[in-house]
Ligand binder design. Structure first.
Ligand code: GDP
Length: 363
């Protein structure tokens, strides 16, 4: 009797289960075991290249891991993926909670798949550890895209800082591009710093808005408007249509006060109803127009190069900071210096210099 058969029979005898049950129990435990086994970098790469979404998900889980052993493997995977990366469009979508980001992504993503494109949806949501995934976490909000074989949706990892989420999302982009996704949609909440991080990893940045009660221009951080390549006013339907049209005029007027982009692109305002699937094609045409213009002026590549430079410097900064603050001796000394500062016995600058010198000596 083969080992496998003997195992099944033993399971049957031990638990008094039917042959069929034993077979399925065996299959499940086999699957569980298989899932626990860590595939090699080469296996992951092969899976990703073959469009296997399970391999893509596992690859992203690997890059999100803080386990030291996983880090080297993740770096090797990213490096090998970079050799196979295919061209894509990276689009950032931001807006306050409730504006309709998920609905918009569901509608735009589905539309893009009808054009024959493969769409990946990623998220930068550092709040997800607190809110248990305020964006993308609830995939039911994208129920048709989730089932679409040409779409891949990956929520933000929980329990990560903004720096961590942003880095992991950027690396996830590399993996998705290796898997052949043509359009990468990156969702972020329009609060805090996350939109700045997303802006620095995309080719096009779209700000979703809804018409307010006559105070359209209030409560929007100037910085976000400045970053936007387009403002799309969502929920332009039903009773809201008139207000949305008014908001469009106001935003278009406000945009005149902002300088044009380095590429020469002048941001535009559009109306849409993600729910009624109206204005989506126009939004996509606008994105395509902006990208063609950037390509003509060779700004597309230049911007990506600048973004790479930004992420290199950002990564050094983050790692130096982590090294510094995770050092036990430094953190003890930091407490002492903070007390000295509190008692006005030392200036903050002298304390900083003292701590940095201490670290230099320890390196
Ligand atoms: P998010 O928090 O920005 O991701 O927003 P959601 O996509 O979850 O949408 C929030 C609410 O607005 C949901 O109840 C949606 O059904 C609704 N919504 C989204 N888009 C539209 C739209 O175009 N028109 C209308 N009337 N409602 C919409």
């Amino acid at each position: 009797m083969s080992k496998e058969k003997a195992h099944k029979t033993a399971l049957q005898e031990k638990e008094g289960v039917s042959k069929q049950e034993a077979t399925s129990k065996h299959a499940i435990s086999h699957l569980k075991k298989k899932r626990k086994e860590q595939p090699s970098t080469a296996e992951l790469l092969e899976g990703i290249l073959n469009g296997n979404t399970a391999a893509l998900s596992r690859g992203i889980t690997l890059i999100e891991s803080y386990n030291i052993a996983h880090k080297a493997k993740a770096n090797a995977l990213i490096q090998s993926c970079m050799e196979h990366q295919k061209p894509s469009l990276r689009i950032g979508i931001t807006g306050v909670p409730g504006v309709g980001k998920s609905t918009f992504i569901e509608t735009l993503g589905t539309y893009l798949t009808t054009l024959g494109k493969k769409v990946a949806v990623l998220a930068v949501d550092p709040s997800s550890s607190l809110s248990k995934g305020s964006i993308l976490g609830d995939k039911t909000r994208m129920d048709s895209l989730v089932k679409n074989p040409n779409a891949f949706i990956r929520p933000s990892a929980a329990g990560d800082s903004l720096g961590g989420v942003a880095r992991h999302t950027r690396e996830a982009i590399t993996l998705c591009e290796t898997a052949g996704y043509d359009v990468i949609l990156i969702e972020t909440v329009g609060v805090g710093q996350s939109e700045t991080a997303v802006h620095s990893m995309v080719d096009f940045f779209l700000l979703l808005k809804i018409a307010g009660a006559g105070d359209e221009l209030q409560g929007i951080k100037r910085g976000i408007i400045e970053m936007a390549d387009a403002i799309v006013i969502n929920k332009a339907d039903g009773d809201n249509l008139t207000a949305a049209k008014l908001a469009k005029v106001e935003f278009a007027r406000a945009l005149h006060f902002y300088p044009t982009k380095d590429s020469g692109w002048a941001p535009k305002v559009l109306l849409c109803s993600a729910l009624e699937k109206k204005g989506i094609e126009a939004a996509w045409n606008l994105i395509s127009e902006c990208i063609s213009q950037a390509r003509e002026k060779e700004h597309f590549t230049k911007k990506r190069q600048e973004q790479n430079r930004f992420w290199l410097l950002q990564s050094i900064e983050n790692q130096l900071k982590d090294q510094f603050f995770q050092d036990e001796i430094i953190s003890e000394e930091l407490k002492i210096q903070l007390q000295l500062i509190a008692k006005n016995k030392r200036s903050p600058f002298a304390a900083a210099e003292h701590l940095l010198n201490l670290q230099k000596k320890r390196l």
